[in-house]
Structures are given as C-alpha cells and as structure tokens.
Design a protein around this ligand. Structure first.
Ligand code: PLP
Length: 395
C-alpha cells in the first residue's frame, strides 16, 4: 500500500540546517535558524527555568494525566500574561484557555475547532507568513489565501494593500495576524495602523486569530501583548495562540496555549467544552513538565522578575546586533542602505538579500533562507564581522 507514495517536499528551513551540518568549514555560521542564541552562540538555559526545576525536583510529584485543558495554574497565568491581569474578558469569564503543545499545537487546535464551527469560511494569512501557517490551516481542511503585507521596496508593511485586502474579505473569514515580531519579515504595524486593522476586522465581521510566538522580543512583554488586549476590548470572537518556546527558551518542552474570547461567560463555557473535544481526539491531554515550569515561574514573584530580566536581556542583545549590523555594513558597503534592519523587530529580518546573493553567501559557509530572511538572534560579537565581510562581498 505504500508503493505509490510520493516523497514529500523537504522543509525549506530544515534543508538549510542539513546543508549547514554537512559543511566541514569550522567557521560556518547558520543564520537560517528560528532560535535565539546567546552571545556565545549557545541556546540559553534560563536561570528562572533552572530555579523552577529545582523547586519541582525538591517536591517530587507523580506523573498523573493533566486535565484535557491542561494545568489550571498554567492556564490562569497564561490568560493574565496574554490579556493583562485586570482584563475585563478574564473578570467576565469570557476568555477560555487550553494548554497546548507549543504555539504550533495551539494553532492546530484553533484550526480544527474553527473548521468544526465555521466550515465554509476561508483563512487569510499575510504574504509572506511563517511557512507552517498555510500548511496547518490547509491540513485542517481550509482554503488558505494571502493578504498583502510586505513591501520589498520600503522593507516595511504595504499597509494600504493590507487594509484593502481586509476590507475585501467576505464576512466570517478567518484572518491570521502576527501580534508582534512578524516572522519572517520583522516588519510590524504601528499602533495607529493596528487601530485601522481592528476597525476593519470588527466592521467586516472577520474572525481574528492572533499568533503571538514572540511576546517580549519586540518592545516588552506588556507592550507586545497590547494588540491582543485591544482586540479583546473590541469584543469577540477572538482566538489567540501563544508560545513559550522562544520567550522561555523551552523549545523542546512544547509549551504554548490557545485562548478564545467569547461574547458571554456562558458562551465561553460551550466553546471550552468543544475545545476539549478537539484536544481529546488529537492527543488527549498535554504534557506536564513544561507547563509546570512556566506556571511556577509566572506565579512566583522572584522567578517572574528573573524571567522578565532574562527576556529583556535577549531583547536588548538582538537590538544591539541590529545596530551593529547596520553600522558595520554602512562602514563596509556605504553605497547600500541597510538602516531598515534597525527598524525591524523580533528575531528575524528580511534583509533584502536576493536568492542569488544568499547562494553566494553559502559558498562562504554562511547560511540564510533563500528569501533573504536572517535570524538576527544568531549574530553575536564574534561572528558579526565575518557575516558583514561576507555580505559586503556579495552585494
Ligand atoms: N508562530 C510563529 C509565527 C512562529 O514563528 C513559530 C515558531 O517558529 C510558531 C508559531 C510555533 O511555535 P512553537 O515552536 O512553540 O510550536
């Protein structure tokens, strides 16, 4: 029965990693990744995580099943982080949250849930978007379309195109928006532009699905979450997926959550019952460890402060790398203007490098995505000069 199965296309990002791993040059640099590295080029193990794990180990607990919706303390802490502790949607019990297997798992639960209750809607994602968005919603059975987003000429957002796209969508369409730190471009909306987007989504009867995989990597934890709060204040329906893979450096623990805002507490109860059904038929209930670590950090004041400081450290280091990238390229290649890299936010930058230039970089053992996306969080004080020299050569 497997003889007629075709080979699936290779994942474009994992393909880069394979080529990088096969490269024998000891000075090779991988800017194709979607992971935060510290200045030593290592994935950090945060002190707040180590301290939370020490607390958990000191009071060993049996590994029973969690409830279908996950650890109650985790779900509550996530809601307060995402919507703000004083949020009306929490007080009115209009928000429900399920622990999920990373941000990807949250998107998948949301997609399956929507397919059940909005089967005829179509999904709209930004052009471009995180490459798994399309695949996730298509695998849930949706037709997935693009809305205009990136403007290569300005290295920013084609806002007029985006707004026109939103206004043209049929009522009931599902629109996926990056709450902050747009992946892959690094180009975010301004606060005033978000006002217009929220108005277009509300007036057009669209269903917003906010993906927040990088809370804290833009302007700050509360600042990055502000968009979610503004959508929540505009009234439901609203879906929000969030992930702690990056902000806690807990990639392999798979910790994320899906939150849904309904019109009333009673409606939210019905939504929750259906979300649980989706979880139950996918993986029954989520894993324990990562959820406990995150809940312990978020609800223990000293650990929470430590996490906020460590996350600020990651955010500041990325910003320093943006500054250094722009300044050093200006010195090496004054004819080319890369100042836009300073304005982009989050872990990534659409650098404007062409596919041909990326291929030439690869000949110098520097790996980036063919689209020109580079992971600014993979730059550090030791590799940046090598990267700048290589880029200057291919320009
Ligand atoms: N959404 C976006 C925009 C992402 O960039 C990512 C991860 O790279 C995810 C979701 C998925 O997050 P996780 O690794 O927690 O599944």
């Amino acid at each position: 029965m497997f003889s007629a199965i075709d080979m699936a296309p290779r994942d474009p990002i994992l393909g880069i990693t394979e080529a990088f791993n096969a490269d024998q040059n000891p000075a090779k640099i991988n800017l194709g990744v979607g992971v935060y590295y510290d200045d030593n080029g290592k994935v950090p193990l945060l002190s707040c995580v180590q301290k939370a794990e020490a607390i958990l180990i000191a009071a060993p607990a049996p590994r029973t099943y969690l409830p279908i919706e996950g650890l109650a303390a985790y779900d509550k802490a996530v809601q307060e982080l995402v919507f703000g502790a004083d949020s009306a949607v929490i007080q009115e019990k209009r928000a429900v949250t399920v622990q999920a297997i990373g941000g990807t798992g949250a998107l998948k639960i949301g997609a399956d849930f929507l397919k059940r209750f909005a089967p005829d809607s179509q999904v709209y994602i930004s052009d471009p978007s995180w490459e798994n968005h399309r695949a996730l919603f298509e695998s849930a059975g949706f037709t997935v379309n693009n809305y205009a987003y990136y403007d290569a000429a300005t290295h920013g957002v084609n806002f007029a195109g985006m707004l026109a796209g939103l206004k043209a969508m049929p009522r009931g369409s599902i629109v996926l928006l990056h709450a902050c730190c747009h992946n892959p471009t690094g180009a975010d909306l301004t606060s005033a532009q978000w006002d217009e987007v929220i108005a277009a989504v509300t007036n057009g009867g669209l269903v917003p699905f906010l993906d927040m995989a990088y809370q804290g990597f833009g302007a700050g934890i509360a600042e990055d979450g502000a968009v979610v709060r503004r959508f929540a204040a505009a009234g439901g329906p609203l879906l929000v997926s969030n992930s702690f893979s990056k902000s806690f450096s807990l990639y392999g623990e798979r910790v994320g959550a899906l939150s849904v805002v309904a019109a009333t507490g009673e409606e939210a109860g019905r939504v929750m019952s259906q979300l649980k059904r989706v979880v139950r038929t996918n993986y029954s209930n989520p894993p324990v460890h990562g959820g406990k670590v995150v809940a312990t950090v978020l609800t223990t004041p000293e650990l929470r402060q430590l996490w906020e400081d460590e996350l600020a450290g990651m955010r500041v280091r990325i910003k320093e790398m943006r500054e250094a990238f722009v300044a050093k390229l200006k010195a090496k290649a004054p004819a080319h203007d890369f100042a836009f890299v300073r304005d982009q936010v989050g872990m990534f930058s659409y650098s404007g490098l062409s596919k041909a230039q990326v291929e030439k970089l690869r000949e110098q053992s520097i790996y980036a995505v063919d689209t020109g996306r580079i992971c600014v969080a993979a730059l550090n004080s030791r590799n940046i000069d090598i990267v700048i020299d290589a880029i200057a050569k291919v320009l």
